[in-house]
Design a binder for this molecule. Structure first.
Ligand code: FAD
Ligand code: FES
Length: 287
């Protein structure tokens, strides 16, 4: 294909994957790994840009294609990091990829986190399990522009203590000024120095000023439903709560309807939504 694109959005319009090389990989847990990818074509690599909260479609020849969030720092767009849990056909095949091997990449897709609305406000990041992946780039974004935002509160819950990866990263963020990091695990362990219980147990320890805060959340929908309830009880406006949703995807460009969530397409209108945009259906378990 011709690499005449001038932005990542133009690349997305072509719907044709670029070839990307695995230039490194990190084992996060026995079932979670991070692929460090470089788009092979130098011109395409130069113009590729993404915003925090967007995702790429990763395509493995002979296996299939899946949407995966971009974990990288948006300013470091030459190497794209994707943290993946091996759960099924495609992701299990991707788990076998080694340095030097290649796959297809198209994107970036979707609407990312509301960075303009967050300017000047306290930013509260609430994640469960691998839901932390789509928020890492927004944390990096805020860290690089600290003077443009208020307090940064990072809240992450996991099921088991051994599920926590990026432990060093959380510890490093906790050392930054005006930053609070709170971690919880559903199950305690002698090696778990933080809170035990669902992620919502952390809310009473979090410095959340409901008038100043904007919340960005990603994780299992049950966890997000409980968190939204707690946050609105704390006095947060529904319009200040933003959620990243996951649905099965096919085209990623608003054509096929695979990712439909009522009248919305998660690939095109999301994956990040304000709570009022999806409130009606989000309340229905299993929808
Ligand atoms: C916008 C967006 C961003 C995302 N970002 C990330 C990310 O950063 N990292 C990440 O890891 N994932 C992410 N996902 C989820 C990821 O796309 C899915 O995990 C992936 O599509 C699964 O594809 P698969 O072919 O490996 O699994 P599939 O084979 O499609 O399986 C999917 C689910 O079905 C279950 N399943 C599979 N086979 C069976 C079976 N035989 N019987 C019963 N259950 C079965 C699996 O346990 C799994 O939960 C994201 C999704 C979206 C929409
Ligand atoms: S994946 Fe095709 S419309 Fe969203």
């Amino acid at each position: 294909m011709a690499y005449e694109m001038s932005s990542g959005i133009a690349a997305a319009k072509t719907q044709v994957p670029f070839e990307a090389e695995v230039v490194g990989r990190t084992e996060e847990t026995p079932s979670v790994f991070t692929l460090h990818l470089r788009i092979s074509n130098g011109n395409a690599r130069k113009v590729y840009r993404f915003l925090p909260g967007q995702f790429n479609m990763l395509y493995l020849y002979g296996a299939g294609e899946v949407p995966i969030s971009i974990v990288s720092d948006p300013e470091d767009h030459h190497i794209l990091h994707h943290t993946i849990r091996a759960v099924g056909r495609v992701t299990n095949a991707m788990a076998k990829l080694r340095q030097g091997e290649r796959l297809g990449l198209r994107g970036p897709y979707g609407r990312g986190w509301p960075l303009a609305a967050a300017a000047g406000r306290d930013v509260v990041i609430i994640t469960g399990g691998l839901g932390c992946a789509p928020t890492v780039s927004v944390i990096n974004y805020v860290m690089r522009r600290r003077e443009q935002f208020g307090r940064l509160v990072i809240i992450q819950g996991v099921k088991h203590a051994q599920d926590l990866f990026w432990r060093k990263q959380y510890e490093a963020w906790a050392q930054q000024p005006d930053t609070q990091v709170l971690l919880s695990s559903d199950e305690g362990s002698p090696l778990w120095p933080w809170q035990v219980g669902p992620v919502t147990v952390l809310f009473e320890h979090a410095h959340i000023d409901p008038r100043r805060s904007i919340v960005m959340m990603c994780g299992p929908e049950g966890m997000m439903r409980a968190a939204v309830k707690n946050l609105t009880q704390l006095g947060l406006a529904e319009t200040d709560i933003w959620l990243s949703m996951e649905r099965n995807m096919h085209c990623a460009a608003g054509h096929c309807g695979h990712c439909q969530f009522g009248p919305k397409f998660v690939c095109r209108d999301g994956p990040v939504f304000s709570y009022p945009e999806i409130k009606e259906l989000f309340g229905i378990k299993g929808f």
